[in-house]
Ligand binder design. Structure first.
Ligand code: ATP
Length: 327
């Protein structure tokens, strides 16, 4: 392998720059020529390809977002688009490609690999929803950003003795919501994976908590459930307690990456290059049982993961069961 390309695809995540930096510098130090592809698969199809030197990634490890930009690209989901993508790689002398993104982006990498381009995926998503890995780049920063924002909402919620529904990102995955629910001591955590929740039970909880003298009631609602505004209206009508919805939105994706994100991104990015130079292709980098590992992309995409039951149970127990004997 002489030339390695790198791109970021799907939703951006803090730490992507640290991963790009690691890919570029590891590749250069191992004698490869490095190319950056702008705007994900879109940029590949539009041939927005630049040479990358060590200096191009200076001063980026601490920056949020992605210096290569990111995009979603419908054309790349088609066979024709994928064939054109592989041809463009060949035209630019790109023998191998590191794709930093989520499951969708890996599916694209898998298609390119089937067309003869060596590919490795690096998990970059705030959602933590990639089954083959216990960690995804961006999660730590996003969950800390959300946690700090929820603390602020809680202050004002307590002052006004309100009930607050705070919607956090995560697409169809509830990891951000679960972690915030525990870290912020939320009274209720609503997860798409556990969508068996009974709104009447939530309403009863609010009324009981209020009787016991609680000044606020924080409900963390996952994006995958959504409808926070409508839920707030229903809860206010049923309880008579002022209820507001706050949707945190894209602020959760921005900001300077935490130490954890920078370190994981640096190691995973470098490992992607090492794996390619070992002669492997169609791999995804992961973190499992305390080690950085790589999986076959087909196996990685076929894996599933679910919300850890014990964690969920404790999150619930710490906000509810303690009060059993309290009058
Ligand atoms: P996140 O979940 O964090 O947004 P993601 O990588 O899962 O990240 P997607 O929007 O699902 O985000 O995918 C990013 C891009 O990858 C798509 O816009 C498309 O170009 C490409 N892609 C997704 N699925 C496929 C597929 N099955 N085949 C080929 N390309 C795909």
């Amino acid at each position: 392998i002489k030339t390695i390309g790198v791109l970021t695809s799907g939703g951006d995540a803090p730490g992507m720059n640290a991963a790009i930096r690691a890919v570029v510098r590891r590749g250069l130090s191992r004698g490869c020529k490095m190319k950056g592809i702008l705007k994900g698969y879109n940029g590949l199809l539009n041939e927005e390809i630049i040479d990358m030197t060590a200096v191009d990634v200076s001063d980026t490890i601490e920056r949020g977002g992605t210096i290569l930009y990111t995009a979603r690209c419908a054309e790349f989901r088609t066979e024709e688009g994928q064939k054109r993508g592989a041809e463009i790689c060949r035209k630019h002398g790109i023998d191998a490609l590191v794709v930093i993104g989520g499951d969708g982006s890996f599916a694209g990498a898998q298609k390119l690999a089937n067309l003869g381009i060596n590919t490795v995926g690096v998990p970059g998503t705030i959602d933590l929803d990639i089954a083959c890995t216990e960690y995804t780049i961006g999660f730590d920063t996003a969950v800390n950003t959300a946690m700090e924002a929820i603390d602020k909402v809680r202050d004002t919620s307590t002052s006004h003795e309100r009930c607050s529904i705070i919607e956090v990102m995560g697409r169809n995955a509830g990891y951000l919501a679960l972690w915030c629910g525990i870290a912020n001591g939320a009274e209720d955590i609503l997860l798409p994976e556990k969508y068996d929740y009974d709104e009447q039970k939530v309403i009863n909880n609010i009324i009981e908590n209020r009787k016991r003298g609680k000044k606020h009631h924080i409900i963390i609602n996952a994006e995958g459930i959504g409808h926070s505004e409508a839920m707030a209206k229903r809860i206010e009508a049923a309880t008579g307690i002022e209820t507001r919805a706050t949707i945190l939105g894209h602020m959760q994706r921005g900001g300077s990456p935490t130490c954890k994100d920078r370190v994981y991104a640096s190691i995973m990015g470098a490992k992607a290059v090492d794996v390619l130079l070992e002669g492997k292709t169609q791999r995804v980098i992961g973190y499992k049982n305390g080690e950085y590992v790589d999986f076959d992309i087909n196996e990685a995409l076929a894996m599933t993961k679910s919300i850890p039951e014990y964690t969920y149970e404790i999150g619930h127990a710490l906000s509810h069961n303690y009060s059993k004997n309290v009058k």
